[in-house]
Design a protein around this ligand. Structure first.
Ligand code: GDP
Ligand code: MG
Length: 497
């Protein structure tokens, strides 16, 4: 009988405005209800205003949601061995133990203040802690499916246990030098900072982002979808080198046509953005055949990122013919004012064609198929050279820092351009004076200060024309300030469908 009544029983026994601790053990349930009773199925713990801690032990819950408990700091879920789905949205949470469960991912956590996480003994395959910049202790050991761990935005991580996992490489470049790591014997750790230029790939689902990532990196590491259905569920990075410069391509989840909720899609793009805290050298905005529709879906035109953005028009079979490309550009500009504004503010449009190199169609005979694959590979190679030559030209030392306002599902941009020395200084600040102080410092800066390029402050101030002043005023009026007083200029991610 208890199988269907878990939520009813819970709602009767626990009071939203009273409980400070919720502590439910299998033994307690049996003492109260007798026999072999337990809590089964789904449970939602929502809106407990005074709740500080949750401790659930040896229950048979399969799905758990913990939402809007503003005081909640600790959640311990010991041996919820049937738990398959966990959704937590509690901003104050600092400690979470969800070990020994059936969980396959932890992408539904909105816990930006987490300090300690134990997700050992689960079935998690990919784990990104980039939305938890304060994390200090992470135990993801005994996860024999774990192949990918990203802690690039975890500047405070002091302890990491990933032993008995499938990890073969681990990037700890942004973690403190003193970090204690327990890892599988063959896992290679990267600690030294290499200069890489980060290339963020964004666009609608099916536009060809993952394919582009394969073309750029010269690999087949990124999953390409067969029929415009999104295969990319998480962000993925790939490193490559071109004429002595190292690049890192970051493929993100597409906007539109995805089955993911707005929240999840935006969280996953945010994870990608935060996996490169050192900044973005170039954004590749990938658009396929439906340029105008895709640009509208993205709703990008209010954005300030265009100075760092190249539009990559994929699926353009005439990409080698400059005149045709130029004519297409003119046509697009003529189609709408939005198109024209975006195209003119960007670092240009690059036309490419990256046709599939795994052809599944059975109708062709094998010789035809092989010939097609050869032709398509050639086209990709040509596209690659066009792209890399362009990147070489447009990627400057200066980088773009994007913020992400998860609450409004907007990718937001802190209008802050960092030079190499600024970056170094920032790293020192992170390590030496710590995150808190840095936050305090940011708080004390005025909006005006944050909106102006740091290295040009005085020069810019004295040289601004009336036009620029007006523009600046507009920006100020349009900008918003988040809880931490970061100035956030919205890059609207329009309609996630
Ligand atoms: N012909 C052609 N097909 C492409 C091109 N880029 C991507 N595709 C195809 O478009 C589909 C979606 O590509 P994918 O990279 O998975 O899109 P994503 O959702 O943006 O990552 C796949 O079937 C690709 O083979 C291109 O430049 N030319
Ligand atoms: Mg993809």
């Amino acid at each position: 009988m208890f199988k269907t009544n878990t939520q009813v029983w819970f709602d009767k026994n626990y009071f939203k405005d009273k409980e400070e601790n919720i502590d439910i053990k299998k033994e307690d349930i049996r003492n109260v209800l007798g026999g072999r009773s337990n809590l089964y199925g789904s449970l939602k713990i929502e809106g407990f205003t005074k709740l500080i801690s949750i401790n659930l032990t040896k229950l048979k819950l399969t799905s758990l949601e913990i939402i809007d408990c503003p005081q909640l700091t600790e959640v311990e879920l010991s041996e919820l061995i049937k738990l398959e789905s966990l959704f937590v949205k509690c901003p104050r949470l600092t400690k979470l133990d969800c070990s020994r469960s059936q969980l396959i991912e932890l992408t539904d956590l909105d816990v930006s203040n987490l300090i300690e996480l134990n997700c050992s003994n689960t079935s998690i395959k990919k784990l990104s802690l980039n939305l938890c910049p304060d994390i200090i202790r992470l135990n993801c050991s005994n996860n024999n499916k774990l192949i990918n761990l990203d802690v690039s935005n975890c500047f405070k991580l002091k302890f990491l246990d990933c032993s008995q996992s499938k990890l073969t490489k681990l990037d700890l470049r942004n973690c403190p030098e003193s970090i204690e790591v327990i890892k599988p014997p063959d896992c290679v750790i990267t600690r030294k900072r290499e200069k890489e230029k980060n290339i963020l790939i964004i666009g609608c689902t099916g536009s060809g982002k993952s394919t582009l990532a394969n073309v750029l990196t010269g690999t087949e590491d990124f999953k390409e979808s067969e029929y415009d259905v999104s295969k990319t569920k998480c962000f993925q990075k790939g490193v490559f080198e071109w004429e002595g410069t190292k690049y890192c391509a970051i493929d993100t989840i597409g906007v539109g046509n995805t089955k993911l909720s707005i929240k999840l899609a935006s969280n996953r793009i945010a994870e990608g953005v935060y996996s490169i805290p050192e900044g973005i050298s170039q954004v590749l905005l990938v658009v396929g055949k439906n340029f105008t529709d895709e640009i509208n879906t993205l709703g990008l035109f209010e954005s300030d990122i265009f100075g760092y953005t190249t539009i990559v028009r994929t699926k353009f079979s005439n990409f080698k013919n400059r005149d045709i490309c130029e004519k297409n550009k003119e046509k697009l500009c003529g189609e709408s004012e939005t198109n024209a504004i975006i195209i003119k503010s960007c670092k240009g449009i690059i036309y490419v064609d990256n046709p599939p190199i795994k052809i599944l169609d059975d109708s062709d005979d094998d010789d035809d198929k092989e010939a097609n694959i050869r032709i398509n590979k050639k086209k990709r190679e040509k596209s690659r050279i066009i792209l890399l030559d362009h990147l070489k030209e447009v990627c400057q030392e200066e980088v773009l820092h994007m913020g992400f306002n998860v609450s409004t599902n907007n990718v937001t941009l802190t209008n802050k351009v960092n030079t190499q020395s600024e970056k170094l200084k920032e790293k020192e600040e992170r390590n030496e004076i710590g995150w808190e102080k840095r936050r305090e410092k940011l708080k004390s800066k005025s909006i005006e200060e944050l909106l102006v390029k740091p290295e040009n402050n005085s020069k810019v101030e004295s040289e601004v024309s009336q036009f620029q002043q007006d523009e600046k005023q507009n920006k100020l009026e349009n900008s918003r300030v988040d809880q931490d007083n970061h100035v956030l200029l919205p890059l609207k991610m329009g309609s996630f469908i």
